[in-house]
Design a protein around this ligand. Structure first.
Ligand code: MOS
Length: 727
């Protein structure tokens, strides 16, 4: 009897390959005749390229070609459905932001390409850049979400007449994804068939985008990304650099590789947009909300990008309140493109909301956990739809107990440890649970293995292992028997995009359905194949159990059966759909509890420990779950204390290296106690997984900020919380 691996600790199936260097990433593919491209970027913030001098680059050693707006590679403009930038590189002379691609130099080695790229010069007509949210605020309204109690005509009137009011304005600068693997593309044409090795969060969508932009038959484009070193949203679109790489390979009739430098990862492709938000709360004296208003101005680059609208998935779904208004605006700036970045709207949005809730707790004297329970929502406050499952109250209870919340003192500066001020803080997390239509293929093979395939991606999350674990569980075979496969647009259509914390939620039902269909196909083969020991049996008398086919006292394992019958493999593909008619709202929840210390003399903030409890539905792999959630919390430390990249008036990022743009290292990482409830969601799928890639980051920064206030009595509204703000 094989015990179910669901919810247990499973090592990732690709771990040995990754640590031994056997996993080949986009830039590890070395086709015969490979040459190397390097980008040339605009050095002004906005304007027009008047002319470029490529003569020194063209004659530099090893150079094969220099492409510019004056000698372009043909690319189609993006269609409105395609994400990312709203223009194609080299097709015009406009400069939309500093760092925009204005050239590609191709040479025989990466070093020679980079060297020659540095020899290209350009003349510009420069126009002033809009780079600060203050330049354009208030931005263009994106529609108001509002629900008012009967008889109420204005939320501001309710706010003005509320016994207790809080107004909290917060801001954060641009942030960067900086995946460990720099963006890289290796493009290989064989006749009219294009293979692109490039990290992609949605390989099939990437292949379709590349085909459309290059003007080729989608059936002739294949994107392969078996291993991808992080995505976080930045690998959802296909950026110009990958398109130019494929176009250059076509023009030169040779495989071309383009690898972005670490600086180019900051400056040439999307970042998380800057945003300013104001929360206004009206409450009665015991902290019950009467009104909630959430206003935001988010960065939207003229070059295109992801729309930063933080109220929709946070304030609009978090607390019970009779009156609510969400007003999201976008400010057009001449900055590099933005793109969604892990918990893209939820991380900034909950920093605003959960900071404001902490301020309300301080003003009313209600304990922050009790305040949240008093305003607990079992349905969303705008549409009144019930949550499919919500056990956030249990998260509070379990978290408070594990953390020792009862030791918190409400008055700031009450606890010290030598020269350190100690503070405790809490915040609530919410993130949409999202299920996509998905397909999977399951194949019994005569070598004794079962292949489970889906055309999604594993960005380092453990999705590959999820396929293996779920396949093994459904078929009753050891995890090691299953060969999981993803990261290839040529796998059966219907692979889901690895974004929105949705791969497990969406793909698991498809894998389970494909397993059942494959078992049926195996049984059918067992009775149909003339050489089978079950030939001619009534299929209803034949059963599959734990890798074996059984009937009338005979029991044969599937690979022996396949070998005996001479059938090399039996397979089935299944597609599963979300219930789009469901009346429920699907969300994941969490409660963070955090302890910080702030040095009395230097103001240095340190995060000592986190206890976080999550309601994420059924969990497939405990080990990967802990790793995802803890990784997100560490990201929250960066959000709160370190990550910010202001854009100078000339369009230049203040930081474009990992020496200047700070993220937490081991020494910044607190002790993290991650816990999750065993609460499968009964409505999202039969399996009940809700997703957990992003929820850990949501409101982690607010928990830290709230703890910093408890330690110091200082409320920092403009992130990051750096030492000079605590003096
Ligand atoms: Mo993630 S920001 O949903 O790719």
């Amino acid at each position: 009897m094989t015990a179910s691996p669901i919810g247990r600790e499973t090592d990732r199936v690709d771990g040995p390959l990754k640590v031994t260097g056997g996993a080949r990433y986009a830039a590890d593919h070395r086709p015969e005749g490979l040459v190397h491209g390097h980008l040339v970027q605009a050095t002004v913030g906005r304007g027009t390229v008047l002319g470029m001098d490529v003569s020194r680059a063209e004659t530099a050693p090893g150079v094969l070609a220099v492409f510019t707006p004056f000698r372009p590679l043909p690319l189609n403009p993006p269609s409105p459905q395609q994400s990312g930038e709203n223009y194609s590189a080299l097709q015009d002379t406009a400069v939309r932001f500093r760092g925009q691609v204005i050239g590609l130099v191709v040479a025989d080695t990466p070093e020679r390409a980079r060297d020659a790229a540095s020899l290209v010069t350009a003349d510009y007509a420069v126009t002033p850049s809009r780079t600060s949210l203050a330049d354009g605020s208030p931005g263009v309204p994106q529609g108001v979400v509002q629900k008012l109690a009967p008889g109420v005509t204005s939320i501001d009137a309710v706010l003005a007449s509320s016994p207790v009011t809080v107004t909290t304005s917060v801001s954060q600068h641009a942030q960067h994804h900086i995946a460990m693997e720099p963006h890289a593309t290796t493009a290989v044409w064989v006749d009219d068939q294009l293979t692109v090795y490039s990290g992609a969060q949605a390989p099939q969508r990437a292949a379709a985008t590349i085909a459309a932009r290059l003007g080729v038959d989608p059936a002739k484009v294949r994107v392969i990304c078996r291993y991808t070193g992080g995505g976080f949203g930045q690998r959802s679109p296909v950026w110009n650099e990958a398109l130019l790489c494929a176009a250059a390979a076509r023009a030169l009739r040779r495989p071309v590789r383009v690898v972005l430098s670490r600086e180019q990862v900051f400056t040439a492709i999307g970042h998380r947009g800057a945003v300013r938000q104001t929360i206004r709360l009206g409450a009665d004296t015991d902290g019950r909300l009467l009104a909630l208003r959430h206003d935001s101005d988010g960065e939207l680059p003229a070059a295109g990008g992801w729309q930063m609208m933080p109220g929709r998935d946070t304030s609009a779904v978090s607390y019970r309140t009779p009156n609510i208004r969400i007003d999201q605006r976008l400010v057009t700036l001449d900055t590099p493109p933005t793109w969604s970045m892990r918990a893209p709207a939820e991380a900034p949005g909950t920093f605003a909301l959960e900071t404001a809730m902490d301020e309300l707790a301080v003003l009313t004297g209600v304990d922050p956990v009790e305040l949240r329970l008093r305003n607990y929502a079992t349905e969303d406050p705008v549409e009144g739809r019930r949550f499919s499952s919500k056990h956030l109250d249990e998260c509070y209870r379990v978290g408070a107990e594990r953390f020792g919340w009862d030791r918190r003192q409400a008055r700031p500066r009450s606890r010290t440890d030598g020269d350190w001020l100690i503070g405790l803080g809490t915040a609530s997390a919410i993130y949409p649970a999202w299920r996509q239509s998905a397909s999977a293929r399951v194949r019994f093979r005569d070598d004794g293995r079962v292949a489970v395939s889906s055309a999604t991606s594993d960005l380092g999350t453990g999705a590959l292992t999820v396929l293996a674990v779920v396949g093994a569980d459904e078929l009753g075979v050891p995890v090691g028997t299953v060969e999981a496969e993803l990261g290839d647009s040529a796998l059966p259509p219907g692979g889901v995009g690895a974004y929105g914390s949705s791969v497990t939620t969406s793909t698991v039902p498809a894998v389970r359905a494909a397993c059942r269909a494959a078992v049926e196909a195996l049984v059918r083969a067992a009775v149909d194949e003339p050489r089978s020991p079950f030939a001619g049996f009534d299929p209803s008398t034949v059963r599959y159990r734990q890798g074996r086919v059984e009937a009338r006292g005979r029991s044969v394992d599937f690979h022996t059966l396949l070998r005996t019958t001479g059938v090399p493999q039996v397979e089935a593909v299944a597609t599963t759909e979300p219930d789009t008619a469901s009346p429920y709202r699907f969300h994941c929840f969490g409660a963070h509890f955090c302890e910080v210390r702030v040095h009395r003399l230097t103001g240095e903030p340190r995060v000592d420990r986190f206890t976080s409890v999550f309601d994420v539905g059924r969990v497939v792999n405990a080990k990967a779950t802990r790793s995802q959630l803890a990784g997100s919390i560490i990201w929250g430390v960066g959000h709160a204390l370190m990550e910010a990249d202001p854009i100078e008036p000339d369009g230049r990022f203040a930081a474009a290296t990992m020496a200047d743009y700070l993220v937490p290292v081991h020494a910044d990482t607190p002790a993290i106690d991650v816990h999750w409830l065993d609460r499968p969601d009964p409505h999202i799928s039969e399996f009940g997984a809700k997703g957990l890639g992003e929820i850990g980051l949501v409101s982690a920064a607010a928990a830290i900020g709230n703890a910093v206030f408890n330690a110091t009595g200082i409320r920092v509204h403009d992130l990051p919380i750096t030492m000079e703000k605590l003096l």
